[in-house]
Design a binder for this molecule. Structure first.
Ligand code: ACO
Length: 328
C-alpha cells in the first residue's frame, strides 16, 4: 500500500557570513539605498566567499536538516538539490553533496526550475515517498547567484544573494501532510530571465565573455506582472485542490523576489500581514534557496508551529511557477 501522506520532519539553512549592503552597492553601480528599498524591499544580501561553491552552502543546510531530524546520512534514500548555480555542469551538485554528507545509500539528482526549484523538489521528493520508492528524501534549495550576477548591471545586481535551505521529508506520522500542490511551466517566456552563454547553444568563447553572456539577463518589468498573475493563479488552484479558503492559511511564504510582489499576492488573497513570513530585507532573492531558508527560519523562530497550514508560492526562470499547501 502506498504512503498516503508526507511530512516535513526537519529543516536547516545556511547563509554565508559576508553581508553586502545597499550602501556598498551605491559604490559599484548608479543606484541608491532608497531606490532599492522602495522598489524591492531589500536592504542587505549575503555573498559567498570565493572559495565557497553552491555545494558548500547546500551541504551545510542539509547537514543541519539531518541533525534536526535525528537521522544519520547512511539512512538517507534520496537527495534533491534545486539550483541554477551548480558547482559545474556535471557531476550534479546533489552528487557532490551526497559525497560530502557521506550519504552512501542515497540517490542524488539536481532539479533546475530556478526560483520555483524548492517547490518542484518538494513535489518530486514527496511523489517518490508516496509511491514507496524511497522512505525519506532530503530536498535542498541552494544558490551562489552572485557568481552569475553582472555587477555592471544595476537592473539585476541589486536583487540577488547567496544561501541554502533544506528539508527532510518522511512518511507522515499523522502530524503533518502535503495537502495539495500545483506546478506550471511556460518555456515561451524563457528569454525573460536567462543566461545566454556557456551552454551548448552558445559555448564559452572569448567573445561570449566579452559580451557578458555568462550573466543573468532579466526583463524585469514584464516579468513582474507575469509573476504576480502566475502566483495568484497557482495558489488559487492549490487552495481549491486542498478544499481550503485563503482564511484557512496560518502562514504564507512566497518566493522572496520583490516585496511588492509578496504584498500583491497577500492583498489579493486578503491574508493579513502578520501571517506572512518575510526575510527579503536580509537576503534578497536567493532563487531556489529563498523559500527553503524562509521556511527554516519561520520554523526556528516559532512563526510556524506544528499543525499550522502553510501556503507556499513561487515563480522563476523557465518560466516556472508552483505552489503547495502543507499541514506542518
Ligand atoms: N537603481 C536605480 N534605478 C534603477 C535601478 C537601480 N538598481 N534599476 C533600474 N532602475 C531604473 C530603470 O533604469 C528605470 O529608469 P528609467 O525610468 O529612467 O528608464 C526605472 O528605474 C524603472 O525601472 P523598471 O525596470 O521599469 O522598474 P520596475 O518597477 O519594473 O522595478 C524591478 C524593477 C525591481 C527589477 C522589478 O521589475 C522586479 O522586481 N521584477 C521582477 C524580478 C524578479 O522577480 N525576477 C524573477 C525571479 S529571479 C530568478 O528566477 C533567478
Amino acid at each position: 500500500m502506498a504512503v498516503s501522506d508526507v511530512m516535513i520532519k526537519s529543516t536547516g539553512s545556511y547563509v554565508p557570513e559576508k553581508i553586502l549592503t545597499n550602501k556598498d552597492l551605491e559604490k559599484i553601480v548608479e543606484t541608491s539605498d532608497e531606490w532599492i528599498r522602495t522598489m524591492t524591499g531589500i536592504s542587505t544580501r549575503r555573498i559567498a566567499a570565493e572559495s565557497e561553491a553552491t555545494s558548500d552552502l547546500a551541504y551545510r543546510s542539509g547537514e543541519l536538516a539531518l541533525k534536526n531530524g535525528g537521522i544519520g546520512p547512511e539512512e538517507l534514500d534520496l537527495i534533491i538539490v534545486a539550483t541554477i548555480t551548480p558547482d559545474m555542469f556535471f557531476p550534479s551538485t546533489a552528487c557532490i553533496v551526497q559525497d560530502r554528507l557521506k550519504a552512501k545509500n542515497a540517490v542524488a539528482m539536481d532539479v533546475n526550475a530556478a526560483c520555483s526549484g524548492y517547490i518542484f523538489s518538494l513535489v518530486v521528493g514527496s511523489t517518490f515517498l508516496k509511491t514507496e520508492t524511497y522512505k525519506n528524501a532530503l530536498i535542498i534549495g541552494a544558490e551562489k547567484l552572485t557568481a552569475i550576477t553582472d555587477w555592471q548591471d544595476r537592473n539585476t545586481c541589486v536583487l540577488f544573494g547567496d544561501g541554502a535551505g533544506a528539508a527532510l521529508l518522511v512518511p507522515s506520522d499523522g502530524s503533518g501532510k502535503l495537502l495539495a500542490f500545483d506546478l506550471g511551466s511556460d518555456g515561451g517566456y524563457g528569454d525573460m530571465l536567462y543566461i545566454p552563454g556557456g551552454g551548448s547553444r552558445n559555448p564559452a568563447t572569448q567573445q561570449t565573455v566579452e559580451d557578458r553572456l555568462h550573466y543573468i539577463k532579466m526583463n524585469g518589468h514584464p516579468l513582474f506582472k507575469i509573476a504576480v498573475n502566475k502566483m495568484r493563479e497557482t495558489f488559487k488552484r492549490s487552495l481549491k485542490k486542498a478544499g481550503l479558503k485563503p482564511e484557512d492559511i496560518s502562514v504564507l511564504i512566497t518566493h522572496q523576489a520583490n516585496m511588492r510582489i509578496i504584498d500583491s499576492l497577500r492583498s489579493y488573497l486578503k491574508v493579513p500581514e502578520e501571517k506572512v513570513f518575510v526575510n527579503i530585507e536580509k537576503y534578497g532573492n536567493t532563487s531556489a534557496a529563498s523559500i527553503a531558508i524562509a521556511f527554516h527560519e519561520a520554523c526556528e523562530s516559532g512563526f510556524i508551529k506544528r499543525g499550522d497550514i502553510v501556503g507556499l508560492a513561487a515563480f522563476g526562470g523557465g518560466l516556472t511557477w508552483g505552489s503547495a499547501i502543507i499541514e506542518y
